[in-house]
Every structure is written in structure tokens, then in C-alpha cells.
Design a protein around this ligand. Structure first.
Ligand code: PMV
Length: 331
């Protein structure tokens, strides 16, 4: 029995992807830009079986000691992705599998657990098929998993997902390696509950928001500016653009039909507290994905101050501190 073990990070988007132009090919309306997170990752171990009918998935969640056999939902997605992979390589899989997946962070809480899982699985399946893919093509395969942002976990450090016009031109590449800029992402865990509406449903309704078109017009400017701010390491401008994009995406989410509210009252408190912290001279900026937990972006020199401030807030259960890291790898 052959074993393949892959580790892949979650990523936090500074400029976010919301809305799918093509829901089959998972083509986004806009480019997006993210950082891989050193302490939020998934390790996938794929055990290949000769018997094609063995198809099992075991999951060890955040802070769990044992693997638990998945009885449905997640395994269905894995089987669907296996079919996608078969189409990608133009042949049927001649193997069965037992997959063991473990997460270093709570899943489905707005920390991109599907991105880390599916990017890891994309590489594991590629190897199981006996194939070798360039980083570009691996990111395309990860995108086709259904969790589009998985493509951004493949390259190292800071990833740019070019929206593209076709499946072959929509992929992520590394804009800079992890060492380029010592940005930190402190994930403030406010709740460990799983979100109720998966992002895959939310994406489809994005264009029903009257603000969606405005977001797409405005995002061109933001993408141009953030690239410049990033390359010049202008943290003040960078941080403001990160917050602007977060608010723009959540405004669309809250006004699409049916509306999607990922924030809780605690989320809102933390937003206000981040602004207060800044007024006290500590440069920290918030961003939020499809969940109520908040990501605080700061420079490494301010990490302790940011940590000490937030760990003492009643809304915060726990903090996961992250640095930029490499992308999907065999371990
Ligand atoms: O990758 P998906 O399809 O699960 O969508 C995730 C979208 C956001 O996390 C909300 C934004 C982003 O760009 O990561």
C-alpha cells in the first residue's frame, strides 16, 4: 500500500474573491491576492488501495485526538473531486483510497479550511495518478475542486490569482516569497461554531446585490494600488486597502439575495477595537472571510502588542499567530 502525505496552508485574502462567473469551472469575476498562513494548515495522508471500491475519509479536527470516519458530506466532495481529477488527467483512477486529514485550526469558521484541504488533496491525487504538474497546473486543478481559493494555497508566500477568461488562464502564482515581507496574521477565534451557509452557495448569489457591479469597478483600482503598496512595503496604505476590500465584500454579502451575515456582534466589537488600537499608535488592520472570526494583519515588530491587546478582550477565545509560509508540499 502506497502512502502520500501532503501539507498545505490556508490563506487569507487581502483582496477577496466573491462571485463566480462560471460555476462549473470556478472562474472568478476578479483577481484576488492572499498570504499563506504558517500555523493554519491541513495535512492529508492518502493511502492508495488496489481495491477501487475502497473510498474512505477520516478526519481529525482541531484539538481532537482521534480520527473520525466521515459518513457523508465531506466524502461526497472528495469523490466529486476525484471525478474532476479523472477528467483533468483524461483517465479513470485505477485505485481506491483511505484518506486521513488533520487540521491545525477550526474548520468552516472563515479560515479557509477547504482551501488547505483541497489544495493538499489536489497534489496527493496528482501523485496517486502517477502524474507531475507544474505549479500553475496544480493551482488550476486545486481551483476546480470547488473551493476556488484553494488555488492560492499552492504557490509560496504571497499568491495572486489571475481571474483568467478560461480554465487554463485562471490560476495563482507567487507574487513574492514568504521572506519578502514580515507580515503577521493573528486569527482571533471568537467562536468555534461552523458557519451555516457554505461559501459555495453564497458565491452564486453575489450578482444579486445592487453593490456587486460597483465592487467590480472599484476592485480594479484596489488591485492596482495594493500591488504597489505591497511591493513598496507601504503598510499604512496596504492595511487600509485590506480593510476597504473586506468591507466591500461583506457589503455585497449582506445585500445579496438571500442576504448573508457572517459577522456576529463580537466581530463588530473587534472591528471597532482594531480602530481604537490604531488610534493608540499600533498599526493593525482587520479582515474577515466567510465566518465571524477576525484576522488581524500587522507587522512582526508589533505582533506582541497586538497579541497582548486582543487576548485580553472578552470576545476573544484564542489567537492563532501566523507568518507567511510556503505553499502545498509533499512531506
Ligand atoms: O474558496 P471558496 O470558494 O471557499 O470561497 C472563499 C471566499 C472567501 O474566503 C470569502 C474570500 C477569499 O478570497 O478567500
Amino acid at each position: 500500500m502506497k502512502k502520500i502525505k501532503v501539507k498545505s496552508p490556508a490563506n487569507i485574502a487581502f483582496i477577496k474573491y466573491w462571485g463566480q462567473k462560471d460555476k462549473k469551472l470556478i472562474l472568478p469575476y476578479n483577481d484576488s491576492f492572499s498570504m499563506n498562513l504558517s500555523n493554519c494548515y491541513t495535512i492529508v495522508e492518502l493511502n492508495i488501495h488496489e481495491d477501487k471500491f475502497v473510498q474512505e475519509l477520516y478526519i481529525k479536527d482541531y484539538q481532537q485526538k482521534e480520527y473520525v470516519k466521515d459518513k457523508g458530506e465531506a466524502l461526497v466532495k472528495v469523490k466529486k473531486f476525484l471525478k474532476t481529477t479523472e477528467r483533468f488527467f483524461g483517465r479513470k483512477a485505477d485505485f481506491g483510497f483511505k484518506i486521513y486529514s488533520q487540521n491545525s485550526f477550526p474548520k468552516k469558521a472563515g479560515i479557509a479550511s477547504s482551501a488547505s484541504f483541497f489544495s493538499a488533496l489536489a497534489l496527493a491525487l496528482t501523485l496517486a495518478f502517477g502524474e507531475k504538474l507544474s505549479q500553475k497546473n496544480l493551482s488550476i486543478l486545486a481551483r476546480l475542486s470547488g473551493s476556488g481559493s484553494a488555488c492560492r494555497s499552492v504557490p509560496d508566500g504571497f499568491s495572486w490569482w489571475r481571474r483568467g477568461e478560461s480554465s487554463f488562464t485562471s490560476y495563482a502564482f507567487s507574487l513574492a516569497p514568504p521572506s519578502f515581507w514580515d507580515l503577521n496574521d493573528l486569527v482571533l477565534i471568537l467562536s468555534k461554531q461552523e458557519k451555516k451557509v457554505p461559501s459555495v452557495e453564497g458565491h452564486l448569489n453575489a450578482p444579486t446585490s445592487p453593490f456587486f457591479k460597483l465592487r467590480l469597478i472599484d476592485i480594479k483600482r484596489r488591485l492596482r494600488l495594493i500591488k504597489k503598496a505591497f511591493l513598496n512595503k507601504d503598510f499604512s496604505l496596504f492595511g487600509l486597502l485590506v480593510e476597504e476590500d473586506c468591507l466591500s465584500m461583506h457589503m455585497v454579502m449582506m445585500t445579496q439575495k438571500p442576504p448573508l451575515f457572517y459577522w456576529s456582534s463580537q466581530t463588530f466589537e473587534i472591528i471597532k477595537k482594531t480602530v481604537t488600537l490604531r488610534k493608540r499608535g499600533v498599526e493593525a488592520y482587520y479582515t474577515i472571510d466567510a465566518g465571524e472570526n477576525v484576522h488581524i494583519i500587522c507587522q512582526r515588530k508589533d505582533k506582541e502588542k497586538v497579541y497582548d491587546y486582543f487576548i485580553n478582550q472578552p470576545e476573544v477565545l484564542e489567537i492563532i499567530t501566523n507568518e507567511p509560509t510556503i505553499g502545498t508540499r509533499v512531506i
